[in-house]
Design a protein around this ligand. Structure first.
Ligand code: MLT
Ligand code: MN
Ligand code: ZN
Length: 311
């Protein structure tokens, strides 16, 4: 399967409009020391023709412009190679791009999410009803731990199979009524995507609060893993002065240190181990930083917009 990282940054992107952290300042200055990055989204395809978006960031328009495979083709007045949008959560950086794909097309583009994400995007942040008033966007439920072939809008098989698994839930700030653990099942998921013909396997977990048996299981046999690279250290949000919560409390597994995700990354077998959803404060964004060198030594990579590979 073909995989393209459309956007490798967490919410806010790099540089973030209102941020003066060293990375945002360097990206703004254009020295090349820190590459600008758009917000978190990936595209996957079995045949290089029909693509599924894994999360739809508010930068989706720019991401489509930067990737000719997502441009409309054919003789009809309107068309798109986008065959579905698959959401891992209801966060603004992962879902609000649906607003910018509201224009109608002869074929309807399904939106795949868990029932809980659908409810939050219908009631708490009513993006789905808003988008549906512009065009037909049928919803397809993602049920946890049920592998399902992904169909194209025409009903034909896409060649890809999806299985979603639970990661520790991460409740968006705009959700006011999520009480108790049972109220958050399906809030945040990881995705296993398998190429049904060629057998390639991708694991995508842009938000994961820590290691888990589900993540271990999903990593088995994976050719590529795209993992939460939001924060370098647990106290980074507090130290950088933008939140009183720790990385883990925000639902993000810090990269460094004992029990950090880099240790897990170094221990798994996947040929490609790439961080995505990277917050602008993360020092591993520095092209010549010691943190970047540490990532490389562990056999991992810091994802960049436009990275493409086969899984
Ligand atoms: C997150 O990943 O923690 C959220 O997307 C935060 C946000 O940008 O609102
Ligand atoms: Mn996010
Ligand atoms: Zn910043």
């Amino acid at each position: 399967m073909k995989v393209r990282i459309l956007g490798s940054a967490a919410g806010g992107g790099v540089p973030q409009w209102n941020c003066l952290c060293p990375n945002c300042a360097a990206a703004r200055a254009g020295t090349g020391e820190v590459q600008p990055r758009t917000q978190s989204s990936v595209a996957v395809s079995a045949d290089g023709v029909s693509w599924f978006l894994l999360n739809v960031s508010p930068d989706i328009r720019q991401q489509i412009m930067a990737f000719p495979a997502l441009a409309p083709q054919g003789a009809a007045p309107r068309a798109t190679p986008i065959s579905g949008c698959i959401l891992t959560d209801a966060e603004i950086d992962h879902a609000s791009g649906l607003l910018f794909l509201r224009e109608s097309c002869p074929v309807s583009i399904p939106i795949h999410s868990t029932a809980l994400v659908r409810r939050w995007l219908s009631e708490e942040f009513p993006l789905l009803p808003v988008v549906s008033s512009f065009s037909n966007r049928p919803w397809i439920e993602i049920r946890l731990d049920e592998a399902r072939s992904l169909a194209l809008p025409t009903g034909e098989p896409s060649g890809l199979r999806l299985r979603a698994f639970c990661v520790e839930p991460h409740v968006p700030k705009f959700v006011k009524n999520a009480a108790g653990p049972s109220a958050t099942i399906g809030a945040t998921i990881g995705l296993e995507i398998i190429d049904e013909r060629a057998g390639g396997k991708l694991l995508y977990a842009p938000c994961a609060a820590g290691p888990s048996p589900e993540l271990d299981r999903a990593s088995q046999g994976a050719h590529a893993v795209l993992l939460d690279g939001t924060f370098w250290s647990d106290d980074e949000p507090r130290r950088m002065g933008f939140s009183e919560r720790s990385a883990r409390q925000m639902g993000h597994w810090p990269v460094s240190g004992d029990g950090g995700s880099l240790q897990w990354f170094a221990a798994i077998r996947a040929e490609r181990r790439i961080y995505v959803h990277i917050n602008n404060t993360n020092p591993m964004l520095g092209e010549r930083s010691p943190e970047r060198a540490e990532i490389a030594r562990a056999g991992a990579r810091v994802g960049r917009d436009g990275d493409e590979f086969e899984a």
